[in-house]
Design a protein around this ligand. Structure first.
Ligand SMILES: Cc1cc2nc3c(=O)[nH]c(=O)nc-3n(C[C@H](O)[C@H](O)[C@H](O)COP(=O)(O)O)c2cc1C
Length: 345
């Protein structure tokens, strides 16, 4: 097995196995989704959606929800964003109290609303970032990590500077999504910057960006020398990806989920959301359906039915009807929307 993949050693007594991390994704990586991922196996570390430190300071009930997790999610990191050292320090202390294993600072979010109060905005203000990191470091005993984009734009890449600063302030691992703030999600992640960061710092480096398959993960490890890979969007549409990585690194091959696996997944996900008290459950089901059903035979029909549903229970009924029903059988017979059932690589 590839040595790098086996484990991510953040500090003595805190080792992530395997070295594969679920990227934080607002609106996606809630407790229900994270537990699905953990259930499939192969994901060493889960992370919460980013959570506003200012929101927590206002004791916002809604913000606090983002920090809800179950014991079987551990090891889990709480991700925070903000620009105020005091509220960030308070928020980090709260995360420690709630039992998180790690606290992570977001320096990547490109959204305008977030940039004004942290996120990738801090990439342009390293002196303020230093104040924040020192306060955060003093506020918690659990590992402190950071996730960042490579810079504000192509003319202000801060990978080396920021890496050195973070290490100097006691940050214990650092994840890089090597696109700039201005780039958004366009173009390709520049993995050479991950290699550059790895050469600059002594702390573990987690590579992120455009890992869509086990082969991509293998290539990222090889090309950058990173200590772990972090996967975001690919996991949102293929929650089996971490399992596939584990199989691939153990045996050199992996399979694609069967139609029945997909049925079980969407049913499980919708059931768990329906049973949760998440006020956004219906919206999340619709989002998940749109990401996930592209790989389901006849998925367009299912998407339409889900979009028209008005209650979470109705979504569940539509899912069951679809998989049991004529529509599915018809599309299987006619071979539309076909996906290979199992592919070995
Ligand atoms: C819907 C969505 C929400 C995201 N939310 C967050 C977030 O809350 N915190 C964060 O650090 N990055 C966030 N990201 C960025 C991802 O964590 C990741 O860095 C990015 O998607 C690149 O990795 P990928 O190519 O594997 O998707 C988000 C990305 C997406 C697509």
């Amino acid at each position: 097995m590839l040595e790098q993949y086996k484990e991510l050693r953040i500090r003595a007594g805190y080792v992530i196995r395997p070295a594969a991390v679920l990227a934080p994704m607002a609106g996606v990586t809630d407790t229900v989704f994270r537990r699905l991922i953990r259930g499939f196996g192969g994901c060493g570390l889960l992370m919460t959606e980013f959570t506003s430190a200012d929101g927590l300071a206002k004791a916002s009930h809604r913000t606090r929800r983002y920090l809800h997790f179950q014991p079987d999610e551990r090891p889990i990191a709480a991700q925070l964003f903000g620009a105020n050292p005091d509220t960030l320090a308070q928020a980090a202390a709260l995360c420690e109290e709630l039992g998180f294993d790690q606290v992570d600072l977001n320096l990547g979010c490109p959204a305008k609303k977030v940039v004004k109060c942290g996120g990738s905005g801090l990439l342009r203000d390293l002196p303020q970032l230093e104040k924040i990191l020192r306060r955060l470091r003093a506020a918690v005993k659990i590992p402190l990590t950071l996730k960042f984009r490579s810079g504000w734009d192509d003319n202000s890449i801060v990978v080396r500077e920021l890496g050195r600063l973070a290490e100097d302030c006691g940050v214990e691992a650092i994840a890089l999504h090597p696109r700039t703030r201005m780039q958004g999600y366009s173009g390709q992640a520049d993995w050479r910057l991950i290699a550059e960061l790895k050469q600059t710092v002594g702390i573990p480096v987690i590579g992120n960006g455009d890992v869509n398959s086990p082969e991509d993960a293998e290539r990222m490890f090889a090309e950058t020398g990173c200590d772990a890979v972090m996967i975001g969007r690919a996991a949102a549409s293929n929650p089996w990806i971490f399992r596939q990585l584990a199989d691939y690194f153990a045996t050199g091959a992996y399979t694609q989920p069967s139609e029945e696996d997909r049925h079980q997944l969407i049913r499980n996900f919708c059931r768990r959301l329906a049973a949760s008290d998440d006020p956004e459950a219906l919206g999340k089901m619709k989002q998940f359906a749109s990401r996930f059903t592209h790989t389901v035979r006849g998925g367009a029909q299912l998407r339409k039915a889900i979009y028209q549903s008005r209650r979470p229970e109705e979504v569940l009924e539509q899912v069951e009807a679809f998989f049991a029903g004529e529509a599915h059988a018809d599309s299987v017979r006619s071979g539309t929307d076909q996906q290979p059932a199992a592919v070995a690589h």
